[in-house]
Ligand binder design. Structure first.
Ligand SMILES: [Fe+2]
Ligand SMILES: [Fe+2]
Length: 198
């Protein structure tokens, strides 16, 4: 069994204070969601605490580190190396925090842009990161309300918010985000589209 107190102690030394406190708030929110959606509290706490454990690095260091660890950053990741932090965090969780549980490592790796197929744990970490108590973007309360009764709808809503923000900002959209959004839409429109094409 992993010692959560040890993880917190080590994390506090590793991360800048604001990032450490963000991780604690994500843990708190993720544990509430885990209880509601019946996911292991221990796995949830570890994934939430470590989801940003590479955020002590700057953008350039992230790119260098990713290359030296054998990752193959795509064009959008090279343009915005901060997008690499989820993959780097999963590597640090495995190597420095000795986390071997695949579910936890996957949830850390997927927390920024999601994936076309996400486990409940992946969804909880992704959402908790977007709705922790200090998040204050337009529409955050709607995502919080949805998270309490329909986790798929909450994922769609928070992904919509991010995509809107990226468009307004003139930034590229990571294709995985589109997959995340589409995979969690209610079946209705997708089913109608499939039968229209059939
Ligand atoms: Fe993150
Ligand atoms: Fe985060």
């Amino acid at each position: 069994m992993t010692d959560i107190h040890e993880i917190k102690k080590k994390l506090k030394d590793l991360l800048p204070s604001d990032r450490y406190h963000h991780s604690l708030r994500v843990e708190q929110k993720a544990l509430a969601l885990a209880k509601k959606y019946r996911v292991s509290g221990e796995k949830t706490a570890i994934a939430a605490l470590l989801h940003d454990c590479s955020r002590f690095m700057g953008r350039e260091q992230m790119l260098e580190q990713a290359l030296s660890w054998g990752l193959k950053p795509g064009p959008i990741e090279r343009l915005e190396p901060k997008l690499l932090h989820a993959k780097l965090s999963a590597i640090i969780a495995r190597c420095a925090f000795k986390i071997t549980d695949r579910d936890i490592l996957k949830a850390i790796e997927r927390h920024t842009v999601g994936a076309g197929k996400m486990s409940r744990l992946d969804m909880i970490i992704y959402l908790a990161d977007h709705i922790e108590a200090d998040r204050d973007y337009k529409g955050v309360n709607k995502v919080r309300r949805l998270a309490a009764w329909n986790i798929d709808a909450a994922i769609v809503e928070s992904t919509n918010s991010m995509i809107r923000h990226l468009i307004a900002d003139g930034s590229p959209i990571f294709p995985e985000m589109i997959k995340t959004r589409n995979a969690h839409l209610p079946a209705g429109p997708l089913r109608r589209e499939a039968s229209r094409r059939a």
